[in-house]
Write a protein that binds this ligand. Structure first.
Ligand code: CA
Length: 494
């Protein structure tokens, strides 16, 4: 079926609408804010003007941080699309919500979706009387649940142009550039929402994710800009785990047909791939910025801005040439740090939160806190008090985990770790077991592995990590630690 995206939504919305009152078990709290949660894809923290990017201009997204709060230390607890998105939705770590991997490859084929019984903050808000909406990338193998209306891109995002979508269970094909379609759909959902109840809208962009195809109007942006190299561009990471990982920017095939022939000498290919990657990545983010602006304008035009909580974040970060790498997964800072901008004029004065490590699992409890529907069964906790002037004790360490191995594209071994305000310990826990220890204060680029020279600190941090794992109810299977299985590069990841 090929119909215009507007007609599609109008038609499907009528079929899908279920009287929300049926679900309203609790009264809507007085002054409950509307909630607009904008999720971008693979967008690292510094890929925004408001976080100091010298080349990429993002005036619309910057508004959220300038008119609200800009969080300086926001992390994902698993730097991969589906597990991180499930953590945002549930407030839980991957082992608890069950989405350990993206669900690609044979060992993971039954994973990648939420269980039918798994509650998310969306269910809680709907039960509290919110009108709940979703437009854009979903990437969980389970269908969206808890939404009054939803329209999602296929799989991890689908094609960039004229994307097929699933609207409330019906297949439709839209017209246009994927993130413009996400913008259109989001506005359409907002326009015909019921006026008598607050809304939740998840607006999920996809274009900064591989393959980095920009909208035609941005195809030549940054053409004459010089892209500086990261300090660690020529660094080589050592150890079994990192020798296996296939994330070298020199070897990425993506730009072979876009001006970087595979026949170039490796050093030249590495630099040219880097430049093509960064420019196209930034170009896609221009679409995210423009469509974010359309949503903010909608709030302005309809006098909704004051009592709408707007959040902007990303499911994971991304290497742009650090250690000669692209992609994410690994527990280094460029991969685990993402933006978190929060605007809610009724409650949050413009501020910068620098001190506290805030996590993706904190978002669900924070949104519920803002809506007046607090709960206590999640791993994360509300960070709203940190942004509204409250004094609360906060964590000084957090746990990280990555499970998608073997993944035939990237071959990044399973690992886990602890990050404190100063130290980071990474444990590749299958045999051969490897540790990496970094002093983030003296070595923010994580270039000097101190694990061999500081065995006592490794032991202490490992104990702290174990105690965090106990708090999160994570335990290892009985029996000996398994040896790492081979990862055969080139086998297709679905
Ligand atoms: Ca992602």
């Amino acid at each position: 079926m090929s119909i215009t995206r507007r007609t599609a939504l109008r038609t499907l919305a009528a079929a899908a609408a279920v009287p929300n009152a049926l679900f309203a078990q609790r009264p809507i709290p007085r002054n409950a804010p509307n909630i607009l949660f904008i999720m971008t894809d693979d967008q690292r923290k510094d890929a925004l003007g408001v976080y100091g990017n010298p080349i990429l201009k993002t005036p619309n997204i910057d508004r959220i941080g300038n008119e609200g709060a800009r969080v300086e230390q926001f992390f994902v607890t698993n730097s991969l699309c589906a597990p991180s998105r499930a953590s945002f939705l549930t407030g839980l770590y991957a082992h608890a919500h069950g989405v350990m991997t993206n669900g690609s490859g044979e060992p993971h084929r039954n994973q990648g979706g939420l269980r039918a019984t798994q509650r998310t903050f969306v269910h809680e808000l709907r039960d509290a009387g919110y009108h709940t909406l979703l437009a854009g990338k979903w990437h969980l193998r389970s269908e969206p649940s808890g939404f009054d209306e939803w329209v999602i891109l296929p799989g991890g995002g689908g094609p960039y142009v004229d994307p097929p979508m699933n609207a409330n269970g019906a297949r439709v094909r839209m017209r246009g550039y994927a993130d413009d379609v996400v913008g259109d759909q989001a506005l359409e959902l907002l326009q015909h929402r019921p006026a008598d109840r607050p809304f939740l809208l998840l607006m999920n962009f996809k274009s900064p994710h591989r393959d980095w195809i920009p909208a035609p109007r941005f195809a030549n942006a940054f053409e004459n800009d010089e892209i500086p190299l990261p300090r660690t561009f020529e660094d080589r990471l050592d150890g079994d785990a990192l020798r296996r990982a296939r994330m070298a920017i020199a070897d990425m095939p993506d730009f072979a047909e876009r001006g970087v022939p595979a026949t170039l000498p490796r050093d030249e290919r590495k630099r040219r791939n880097y430049e093509a990657l960064v420019k196209n990545y930034y170009r896609t983010i221009l679409s995210v910025d423009e469509n974010t602006g359309r949503a903010l304008e909608f709030l302005d035009r309809n006098n909704l801005a004051t009592n709408t909580l707007v959040l902007f974040s990303s499911d994971n970060g991304f290497f742009l040439g650090e250690y000669g790498l692209y992609d994410k997964r690994l527990m280094y800072e460029p991969s685990i740090r993402v933006p978190m901008l929060v605007r809610w004029p009724a409650r949050i004065k413009p501020m910068v939160e620098r001190a506290n490590m805030i996590l993706n699992v904190d978002v669900a409890p924070s949104i519920l806190d803002a809506a007046g529907v607090p709960q206590s069964t999640m791993h994360g906790r509300s960070f709203l008090p940190l942004l509204t002037g409250g004094e609360i004790a906060w964590r000084d360490a957090f746990y990280y985990e990555f499970h998608e191995y073997p993944d035939y594209d990237h071959c990044v071994r399973k690992h886990r770790g602890i990050r404190t305000t100063r130290w980071k310990l990474i444990e590749y826990w299958e045999r051969p077991v490897e540790y990496e220890l970094y002093d983030l204060e003296r070595d923010p680029d994580e270039t000097s592995n101190l694990a061999a020279s500081q065995p006592r600190l490794v032991r202490e941090l490992k104990q702290r990590m174990e105690s965090l794992r106990r708090e999160l109810a994570i335990s290892d299977a009985a029996g000996p630690v398994p040896a790492v299985v081979p990862c055969v590069p080139g086998r297709p990841a679905s």
